[in-house]
Write a protein that binds this ligand. Structure first.
Ligand code: G6P
Length: 618
């Protein structure tokens, strides 16, 4: 959710710290802060509301020797959970000897605060800390300070004892002012990684922050914590034993560094879809079928004999799961259910025999989906499988099998290429599991033409900008309708539009129109419909008639030869496309629509207000 970077070095760390925060900005961007130390000399904190760029500018005006030349630093880019977006609530938080940055939520912070007050009242001469922020993280600083200053704990014993005091989650980087030449990191429910460099060691919530400085990473597992100094480090397990960990190589990919000539990450990521979808397909299929080395061979084994599939996800990934239900029931005849992760994790679950659990996630770190996977691992499913874009993520590590999306880093908060590669991955899975030659042939043919189909859809971007986006320039509200696989695509279209443009957008299976949403229809609210052709076209046309009779106005994306006519409509013709992959290809104009509407309304397509890319708190 929030982003963390830490550097412990023998040379000034400021640039690496701020650059790292900027690379993590997509995880949260309401405020940012750093604490920088010159060990043995001085320490200083700088914070500002806004993105790390604002902090960088502010630090220049401060003209601080410590901020410029300090060699040990921790930084944070925030997505507010406890307390509003203010300088005071921004991290780092400093209490006594402790300065820390924190990702996650301390659920029992009120009790901890009360406990600290009680301890202070019992101890003569002790001065209670006056909290200056509304955050749970400052309470955590105060608690750690209490452990090291008043209970006499060393930092390793303090961090080891934290889980017994804390309800909630944390990814934590801490500096103790009495040992300013080292930083400490701890993981409990929020990912943290260590980067190993020459004369510098690093820590971050995401390898992306550190990738320009090192290719050598250690992934902390749950409960582990570590000490880092410029030329040494030590990892400890949850019991406090010093342990050695595997160092993993993550080659530097310069394409992750910017939007490469595009005006935004979203524009770049939309345009990349033909290439990344093609790469994913070619990784698994040759024109004659499944490749020998494909991960799908092992997944087919795990899913052999499955009688049910249960799919869990959040956000856009959930919408991908809804499409997969159509695929699995149509091509495999396997009953499939799809559920929001935050519901699944807290309810009593009845699991039919031979059920395979699939979690879908771009990041592989979404807190609710990860918790759902952990529950599923305990619950006796035939197998737990993750569809994921990050090979080193917690979900990939913890599921019994996984299929990588290979979409490359997705930075835009609104998911685009991860969504279409999720749908492609589901079709690949259907291909791998199918026993029917006709189905396999159909899927193979459609998948091999899919990259070219996606490319041809990108060509209508200007038409969407000129003819479709202006319909929404002044809109307060709009409706997306679809039938069959296009019903979940309508949901995804509405999600994309609302999260980026802040226009209220709802989506319905078109058959539900008369059960409520028809009451919204007037001659102002735009109604968006995908009409790719196929068996449901007449039914869709009848729904269009129902809206038309009430004076509604439409934006229709239709296949050549498909006419769902109404009196007041903008009809944008799609190219000739395979119907088998129409959920994928018809998602793209809706992405482009959201993009152009958002640009037209002057808002940020990459960083919508209040949202974050990787939701590691529940
Ligand atoms: C956030 C992002 C969405 C994403 C959702 C699930 O809300 O803004 O784009 O769909 O999380 O994330 P995941 O990484 O699990 O796919």
């Amino acid at each position: 959710m929030c982003g963390i970077v830490g550097v412990v070095s023998s040379t000034p760390c400021k640039t690496r710290l701020i650059d790292g925060l900027e690379r993590l900005e997509y995880r949260g961007y309401d405020s940012a802060g750093v604490a920088i130390l010159q060990p043995g000399v001085s320490g200083e904190i700088a914070k500002s509301v806004g993105a790390p760029r604002v902090l960088r500018e502010q630090m220049v005006t401060l003209e601080s020797e410590t901020l410029e030349n300090g060699t040990v630093g921790i930084g944070h880019t925030r997505w507010a959970t406890h307390g509003g977006v203010t300088d005071k609530n921004a991290h780092p938080h400093q209490v006594g000897r402790i300065t820390l940055v924190h990702n996650g939520v301390i659920e029992n912070y009120v009790e901890l605060k009360a406990l600290l007050a009680e301890k202070h009242s019992e101890s003569a001469g002790s001065i209670p800390h006056v909290f200056s922020s509304q955050t749970d993280s400052e309470v955590l600083s105060a608690f750690l300070n209490y452990l090291v200053s008043e209970e006499g704990f060393d930092m390793d014993t303090a961090l080891q004892s934290l889980p017994s005091h804390i309800h909630g989650t944390y990814g934590l980087v801490v500096i103790d002012s009495e040992k300013p030449e080292e930083i400490w990191v701890a993981r409990s429910g929020s990912p943290m990684i260590i980067g190993l460099g020459d004369e510098s060691n690093y820590v971050a919530s995401d390898a992306l922050a550190l990738n320009p400085y090192t290719e050598n990473f250690i992934y902390l597992d749950e409960g582990e914590f570590a000490m880092l100094a410029p030329k040494s480090f030590q990892v400890f397990d949850a019991e406090g034993n010093a342990i050695s960990k595997r160092v993993e190589k993550l080659p530097y990919v310069s394409e992750n560094d910017g939007h490469n000539g595009y005006s935004s990450f979203m524009a770049k990521e939309i345009a990349e879809q033909p290439a990344v979808i093609g790469r994913l397909i070619r990784a698994h299929l040759s024109p004659s079928g499944l490749k020998d080395g494909s991960e799908l061979v092992a997944l087919r084994q795990k899913m052999l004999g499955a009688e049910n599939i249960h799919i869990i996800a959040c956000g856009t990934s959930f919408n991908a799961g809804l499409v997969a239900k159509y695929y699995f029931e149509k091509y495999l005849n396997i009953p499939t259910s799809v559920e929001i992760a935050s519901e699944f994790r807290y309810r009593d679950v009845a699991i039919p025999p031979k059920t395979v659990f699939i979690c879908v996630s771009q990041s592989g770190e979404t807190a609710d989906t990860l918790a759902a996977l952990r529950k599923a691992n305990e619950a006796g499913y035939q197998a737990t499988i993750s569809l994921c874009n990050v090979a080193t993520s917690s979900m990939v590590r913890e599921s019994q099998g996984s299929l990588m999306l290979q979409a490359g880093v997705e930075v835009g908060v609104a998911s685009t290429k991860a969504f279409t590669t999720q749908l492609t991955a589901f079709l690949l899975l259907a291909f791998a599991l199918s026993e029917c030659e006709a189905t396999k042939k159909l899927l193979l043919e459609s998948l091999f033409r899919l990259p070219a189909d996606c490319e041809s859809v990108l060509n209508i971007s200007d038409e969407i900008k000129d003819r479709a986006a202006p319909l929404f320039q002044e809109s307060q509200s709009c409706l997306f309708l679809g039938r069959g696989e296009q019903a979940p695509i309508a949901l995804e279209g509405a999600l994309k539009l609302k999260e980026l443009s802040y226009i209220h957008a709802e989506a319905y299976a078109a058959g539900e129109l008369k059960h409520g949403p028809l009451a919204l229809i007037d001659d102002v609210i735009p109604v968006v419909i995908n009409a790719p052709g196929g068996a449901l076209t007449e039914k869709l046309a009848a729904n269009v008639e129902e809206v038309n009779a009430r004076g509604g106005r439409f934006l229709v994306f239709s296949a050549p030869g498909v006419d769902v006519h109404s009196d007041n409509q903008v009809d944008i013709k799609m190219p000739e496309l395979s119907l088998v992959t129409a959920a994928i290809t018809y998602a793209i104009p809706l992405q482009m629509l959201s993009y152009h509407v958002t640009v037209l309304r002057g808002q940020n397509v990459d960083k919508p207000r209040n949202l974050a890319k990787s939701v590691t708190v529940e």
